[in-house]
Design a protein around this ligand. Sequence first.
Ligand code: ZN
Ligand code: ZN
Length: 146
Amino acid sequence: MNATSDQSNPVATGGCLCGAVRFEVHDHLMDVINCHCSNCRRIHGHMGAYTATNRENLVLKQSDTLKWFHSTTDETQNVLRGFCGNCVSSLLWVPRDKARISSAAGAIDAPTGLATTGHVWISQMGDYYEIADALIQHDERFARAD
Ligand SMILES: [Zn+2]
Ligand SMILES: [Zn+2]
């Protein structure tokens, strides 16, 4: 997550709507998981679609407007949700005690090469939509395989 001198080519780049926050990913991005929890639905306006990588692989290139909201109601304790303070794009989800950082899939520049593979927190999904795909569904969190 810290800016480093890593000059290797990123496997992905991403950022916010206004362009003030930009980041690079320097290793494998995981499959996209749709999170239906009430927190994601509030901060994204709907479910959250997240990819993830190990923290050291995500390098912030421009972050002057990046703000962190400490979410105390996420089921995963001590989560920091990162967003752009200028355009309010929701960008990052960072559980403090884990090695992973999640990025909103929509923040990744196309072509992402990613695919959505599942749904989590079905137990909290909204009552205003249905899931119309056949992807795996978890009532609560899904621990990504190491
Ligand atoms: Zn922005
Ligand atoms: Zn969620």
